[in-house]
Design a binder for this molecule. Structure first.
Ligand code: HEM
Length: 399
C-alpha cells in the first residue's frame, strides 16, 4: 500500500489528511499511485499543475468521469449524462441552458428571499441550548435554496437532500447492494422530476431552472436521460458544497477565535471571509480528469487514458500561494485565488449563488450579534470527494 495514497476514506473521517498532502506537495506534486481502492491514479496536489491540467480541457478530458470512481457497467448502474462530465463542444451548449439562472441580475432577484429565509432560521435557533448546526442550519438553508431554484414542492424539499447525499457518496461504488439501492433512489428522483417537468411543458416560462431548461435552445438536443442527469448535477452541485461551507463557518471561526473577533468587530470583512472559508474548507476535495493523449506534466510522463486526480483541498493549502494556509485569516489578501470552485471551462457555474448564500448567512449572524460556539468535535464525512461534516454540536451566544 502506498502511504501517500490520499484517497483513503479514513484520512477525511479522522481529519488526518494534512500531513500526507504536505509531503506530496514538498516531494512529489504529481505522484503516481499504482494501487488504491479506486485503481491506479495520478495525484496532483499543488496549485500550478492543477491550473495547468484545467487549462487544457482537450488533453485532459472530463468525459470519463469527474470523481476518482470509475463507472461500473452492470445492472446496478445507469449512465446519467451531465455537462460537468462532458467535453467541448457539447459541454458549452448544455452549460448555457442553466447559466442564466446564475447571472448577477438573477442573484439580485433572489437576494431578498434568501435573506428573509436565513433570518427566519437564525431567529428560530435556541439560545444557550445545544443543537446540531449541520441539520438545523446548513442543510435546511441549502435545501430551501434548491427548492426555490427548482420551484420544488416545499413540503418535500428534504427529498432533495436525500437524493443528493446518495448521488454524491462515492463510497457506494464499493458495494453492489449499495449501488443498486442508489439506483432505486435515482429512479425515484427521476420520476419525481418528470412530473414537475410535465406540469411545465407547454406553459409560459417561469423563473426556475426546470422552466429555463425547457425553454432553452440546447434543450431541444437533450435527451431525457441528459435532462435528468443535469438536474441531478444541479441538486448535488448546489447541496453538499454550500452546506459544508456553512458548517465550516461555524466550525472554522470557532477554531480561530482571533479571526472571529476580528470579523465581529469589522463586518466589512464578510466578502473576504466568504472566500477564505471556502478556501479553508474546500467542500469538494477533488475533481478528476482523464488524459486523452500522452502528455508531460511537472516532469512526469502521463500516458493516454491515465486518471488524474486534482486535489483542490491540497492546492488550497499550497504554501507557495497561501501563507500559513492552515489558518483562517479573514483579511487574507489573496483568499480569492482559491481553487475550490475549479478553474477554466468547468469552473463552478453556481459560484455566485453559493457566495450570496454564505455572505447572507454571515451578514444576518452579524446583525444579531450571534456567535456559534462548538461544543464537541464534529462527525465528518468519510470520503475523499465531498469534504464535510455530518454533525456539528453547537451552542449560540451573543457578543
Ligand atoms: C462545478 C465547487 C456551489 C453547480 C463545480 C466544480 C467545483 C465546484 C469544484 C468543478 C470545477 C471544475 O471541474 O473545474 C463548488 C463549491 C460550491 C459550489 C465549492 C459551494 C461553496 C454550487 C452551487 C451550484 C453548483 C450552489 C448550483 C446550484 C455546479 C455545476 C457545475 C459545478 C452545475 C458544473 C459546471 C461545468 O461543468 O461547467 N462546482 N460548487 N455549484 N457546480 Fe459548483
Amino acid at each position: 500500500m502506498d502511504p501517500l495514497d490520499v484517497s483513503r476514506a479514513e484520512l477525511y473521517r479522522d481529519d488526518t489528511w494534512h500531513a500526507p498532502f504536505r509531503e506530496l506537495r514538498a516531494t512529489a506534486p504529481v505522484h503516481r499511485v499504482e494501487d488504491s481502492d479506486f485503481g491506479p491514479y495520478w495525484s496532483i496536489s499543488s496549485y500550478k499543475p492543477i491550473v495547468e491540467v484545467e487549462s487544457l480541457p482537450d488533453a485532459y478530458s472530463s468525459a470519463r468521469g469527474i470523481s476518482i470512481t470509475d463507472f461500473i457497467e452492470d445492472h446496478s448502474a445507469v449512465k446519467m449524462p451531465m455537462f460537468i462530465a462532458m467535453d467541448r463542444p457539447k459541454h458549452t451548449g448544455q452549460r448555457r441552458t442553466v447559466a442564466p439562472a446564475f447571472t448577477p441580475s438573477e442573484m439580485v432577484r433572489m437576494s431578498d428571499n434568501i435573506r428573509r429565509r436565513t433570518g427566519e432560521i437564525l431567529d428560530s435557533l435556541p439560545v444557550g441550548q445545544a443543537f446540531d448546526w449541520v441539520d438545523t442550519v446548513s442543510i435546511e438553508l441549502t435545501t430551501q435554496m434548491l427548492a426555490i431554484l427548482f420551484d420544488f414542492p416545499w413540503e418535500d424539499r428534504r427529498k432533495l437532500t436525500f437524493w443528493s447525499d446518495w448521488a454524491g457518496d462515492i463510497e457506494v461504488v464499493k458495494s453492489e447492494t449499495l449501488r443498486a439501492e442508489r439506483l432505486t433512489h435515482m429512479y425515484e428522483c427521476g420520476a419525481y422530476f418528470q412530473k414537475l417537468w410535465d406540469a411545465k411543458v407547454g406553459k409560459d416560462p417561469t423563473p426556475d431552472l426546470i422552466s429555463m431548461m425547457i425553454h432553452s435552445d440546447a434543450m431541444r438536443e437533450m435527451d431525457h436521460l441528459e435532462f435528468l442527469g443535469n438536474l441531478i448535477l444541479l441538486i448535488v452541485g448546489g447541496n453538499d458544497t454550500t452546506r459544508n461551507t456553512m458548517s465550516a463557518i461555524a466550525y472554522g471561526l470557532d477554531k480561530f477565535p482571533d479571526a472571529r473577533t476580528q470579523l465581529e468587530n469589522d463586518p466589512s470583512l464578510i466578502p473576504n471571509t466568504v472566500q477564505e472559508v471556502i478556501r479553508w474548507q474546500t467542500p469538494l476535495a477533488h475533481m478528476r480528469r482523464t488524459s486523452t493523449r500522452d502528455m508531460e506534466l511537472h516532469g512526469q510522463h502521463i500516458a493516454a487514458g491515465d486518471k488524474l486526480i486534482m486535489w483542490y483541498l491540497s492546492a488550497n493549502r499550497d504554501e507557495s500561494v497561501f501563507e500559513d494556509a492552515d489558518r483562517i485569516q479573514v483579511d487574507r489578501p489573496n483568499a480569492r485565488r482559491h481553487l475550490a470552485f475549479g478553474h477554466g471551462i468547468h469552473r463552478c457555474v453556481g459560484a455566485r449563488l453559493a457566495e450570496l448564500q454564505i455572505a447572507t448567512l454571515l451578514e444576518e449572524m452579524a446583525k444579531r450579534r450571534m456567535r456559534v460556539n462548538v461544543i464537541a468535535e464534529p462527525e465528518r464525512v468519510a470520503a475523499c470527494f465531498v469534504h464535510g461534516y455530518k454533525k456539528l454540536p453547537v451552542e449560540i451566544s451573543r457578543y
